[in-house]
Ligand binder design. Structure first.
Ligand SMILES: *Cc1c(COP(=O)(O)O)cnc(C)c1O
Length: 443
């Protein structure tokens, strides 16, 4: 990889200077295309998403048995959408802008099994691998009732195989808990910023937790190396996995169904804005892909990152993608936002999705904490800091007349807009930890 010359980069992309200064940056993508034009670059299509949906449906009877908390949704791992009437007013006051339309929250924070958005992609990839092994061994067919996997016989079968993953915490939780439940031997390689309680929870599920003094990139590399030396070990590659991406993408059709049940219209005169916290990119990228397929050009996806870890904004804006890291431009990649402390974005996701994303912005850790406190005060909803990254999105959009005009998002349309803040985690944060988060909020 060639050296990055910061001065050249700044002269070509002045916005990089503002990233280095850790300013709050908002960048709307001038090269956005229609879904039709952008789709071929993704390399995946609606058929692949349908495949993932079908696979998750096959596993639903198993999940009902293995995780009784999923029985209420018949073994489908899905979250609620709620409205935030009080928070919307608070946001308007805090940022001094009128937010036309309605602000809603997608509570992936409260997804069953692992309490974060990773319960979509992470679990899906483990299930995909398990299904493949069982079918290859002649122990399962797609037509059978998958609840048979919830048995000692299958646990013994899967115990011959192992799974490894590198994680800042939440991906490890999903993959660790799911893999251990099926019977796999599973190692989670955790970066220095991973929380102690997450490590403890994983160990209590029988997961082998390997700790590192370094950041996420190193944890992933070590996990990959360990897996390479063992042919029975499957490494889950958060940076490049299309399977993870597809697991997330299922959210699109599911949201469409939820919206129709809630009588929420999305069409040319009722735009939908979705604000997604971004780490390496697979989660928000996969969800955004599913949303584009479900709602077409009427959905506008915006990625949110910490000022200390703006890897996707940096990679897409400069076109360097995974050939540049935030450390290359002197940013430390230290943030309290679990899951977002990623210095180098997924090259796959950036290249696949850059034409289909409306914009990217950054916000400070303190802003996330303050919003965490405000959301708890106004709506009684408790999230982890990273899950608040999307919360400033509605004000950033509403304040940017250049973007709104360019996209022909007229005031009339904006009055009928839906702003969906994707809450990505927090449902399993222990009470003492949550008390610390709340105490950090200056409200
Ligand atoms: C992982 C994670 C994200 C972002 O997902 P990526 O796939 O890393 O971009 C956002 N929020 C939380 C809480 C996460 O755990």
């Amino acid at each position: 990889m060639k050296n990055i010359d910061i001065q050249t980069l700044i002269s070509e992309y002045p916005l990089v200077k503002r990233l280095i200064n850790l300013d709050d940056v908002t960048w709307f993508n001038p090269a956005i295309t229609t879904l039709e034009e952008g789709l071929p670059y993704v390399g995946l299509n609606a058929g692949n998403v349908k495949d993932a949906e079908d696979r998750l449906n096959r596993f639903a009877p198993y999940l009902c048995q293995a995780f009784p908390e999923t029985q209420v949704t018949n073994g489908i791992i899905e979250s609620e959408v709620v409205s935030l009437p009080n928070m919307q007013k608070t946001l308007e006051q805090r940022y001094g802008v009128n937010i036309a339309g309605k602000v809603l929250l997608k509570k992936d924070s409260h997804l069953p099994i692992s309490g974060s958005i990773k319960a979509r992609g992470g679990i899906y990839e483990v299930l995909t691998h398990a299904e493949k092994l069982a079918i290859q061994a002649g122990l399962l067919t797609e037509q059978e009732d998958y609840s048979k996997l919830f048995s000692d016989a299958f646990r013994t079968f899967f115990s011959q195989y192992s799974i490894a993953v590198g994680s800042t915490g939440n991906l490890g939780m999903s993959i660790g808990i799911m893999s251990a439940k099926l019977g796999f031997s599973v190692s989670v390689h955790m970066s220095a910023d991973a929380r102690e309680w997450k490590k403890q929870k994983l160990r209590s599920h029988g997961v082998n937790v390997v700790e590192y003094e370094q950041d996420y990139g190193v944890a992933v590399e070590q996990g990959r190396k360990e897996a390479e030396s063992d042919p029975n070990c499957f490494f889950i590659d958060d940076e490049n996995s299309q399977t993870l991406f597809l697991g997330y993408s299922v959210a699109g059709q599911r949201l469409k169904k939820q919206f129709s049940e809630m009588k929420i219209t999305v069409d040319d005169t009722h735009p939908l804005f979705v604000y997604l916290p971004c780490g390496v990119g697979g989660g928000p990228g996969g969800v955004a892909f599913g949303l584009k397929l479900a709602f077409g050009d009427n959905v506008h996806c915006i990625f949110a990152e910490p000022t200390h870890s703006p890897c996707m904004l940096l990679g897409v804006h400069t076109g360097l993608h995974d050939h540049v890291s935030v450390q290359d431009i002197g940013i430390d990649n230290i943030t309290a936002a679990d899951g977002l402390a990623v210095g180098r974005a997924s090259g796959f996701v950036g290249r696949a999705m850059e034409r289909l994303l409306d914009g990217y912005y950054t916000l400070s850790d303190q802003e996330m904490y303050d919003l965490l406190g405000l959301l708890n005060r106004d709506e009684g909803i408790k999230l982890e800091p990273s899950a608040l990254a999307g919360m400033v999105g509605p004000s950033r959009i509403s304040a940017n007349t250049e973007y709104l005009q360019r996209m022909n998002l007229t005031p009339e349309k904006m009055e009928q807009a839906t702003h969906l803040v994707w809450a990505t985690g927090g449902g399993m944060v222990p009470q003492e930890e949550m008390a610390k988060y709340l105490a950090t909020a200056k409200i």
